[in-house]
Design a protein around this ligand. Structure first.
Ligand SMILES: Cc1cc2nc3c(=O)[nH]c(=O)nc-3n(C[C@H](O)[C@H](O)[C@H](O)COP(=O)(O)O)c2cc1C
Ligand code: SF4
Ligand code: SF4
Length: 253
């Protein structure tokens, strides 16, 4: 039998999804190759012996549209693990949408998980997560998915929650951060933006194609970028009302 490998396709503008994905991948005990979906990936067809691990954050209860488009470049006929990481509000239809996307590309989603991370728009929500216990659960998902594959003769898709009605709805947009007076025009945010929404020669601007992923805010060495203060206050108030008790990871196997 061909040696199995794990291909981790990860969209993680502010790093929490990448942490969870790394723990899931480690749990599989397979050699891992990472595809960074914050950049446009090459179109490729995975070998049947490759296990695809697709990990995305949840935006408005959905898969970020750009991550979904980029995932469409990865085809295959083998197994996949779907992972959604969210900021303690809700993941709604994101896992179902991710499963649908992978299934359309030829994969069979044999395992899935929803994990909680610090909310990257309001960092006091679920601060410090994923924590040790979250990452242990993520490892468990990888380990159990691998065991399932070792034990099964035929790939069988797993059921995940979500309302199929999402398929008729357009995903919502993000909110664009802007640079303030502390900006020293170093260009780091322009280089890091996953959709090239910041002009390198005018980093104080944010173009309309911004998806509100918060990467530029999190990496700016001067802490010069953020959402406009009134927007941030309104989002914080809305989220604090909706994100009460700490939620826990869910595994689907
Ligand atoms: C535009 C946008 C929309 C979001 N929507 C949700 C949501 O619907 N539910 C939720 O719980 N968290 C939501 N979040 C929080 C992220 O899912 C969470 O912070 C995630 O850990 C970010 O992943 P990353 O660190 O890999 O970028 C949203 C964040 C952004 C930027
Ligand atoms: S990373 Fe910060 S300081 Fe550098 S150009 Fe962007 S906003 Fe300005
Ligand atoms: S400009 Fe928008 S899309 Fe680009 S890194 Fe910042 S928040 Fe993300």
């Amino acid at each position: 039998m061909m040696e199995m490998k794990c291909v981790a396709a990860v969209f993680s503008p502010t790093g929490t999804t990448a942490k969870v994905a790394a723990a899931v991948a480690e749990g599989t005990s397979l050699p891992v190759r990472t595809v960074d979906l914050c950049r446009q990936p090459e179109e490729e067809t995975l070998d049947d012996g490759e296990l695809l691990l697709a990990a995305v954050p949840v935006y408005g209860g959905r898969v970020p549209a750009v991550a979904k488009e980029r995932l469409k470049n990865l085809h295959g006929r083998g197994p996949a693990i779907a992972v959604a990481v969210y900021g303690n509000r809700a993941y709604e239809d994101a896992l179902l949408e991710l499963k649908d996307t992978l299934t359309e590309n030829g994969f069979t989603v044999v395992a899935a998980g929803a994990f909680i991370a610090e909310h990257n728009m309001v960092r006091s929500i679920a601060a410090g997560r994923p924590d040790e216990s979250d990452l242990q659960k993520a490892g468990e998902l990888g380990e159990k998915a691998r065991k399932k594959l070792d034990d099964c003769k035929e790939l069988k898709a797993v059921e995940v929650p979500g309302d199929p009605g999402y398929r008729d709805k357009k995903p919502g947009g993000g909110m664009a951060p802007h640079a303030g007076s502390k900006c020293v025009r170093c260009g780091a945010c322009a280089d890091a933006c996953p959709v090239n929404a910041i002009p390198k020669d005018a980093p104080e601007k944010t173009e309309k194609n911004c998806i509100g992923c918060m990467r530029c805010v999190s990496i700016c060495p001067q802490k010069a970028r953020d959402l406009p203060a009134p927007v941030k206050m309104a989002v914080a108030g809305m989220l604090k009302a909706k994100c009460g008790r700490p939620l826990q990871p869910e595994l689907f196997l």
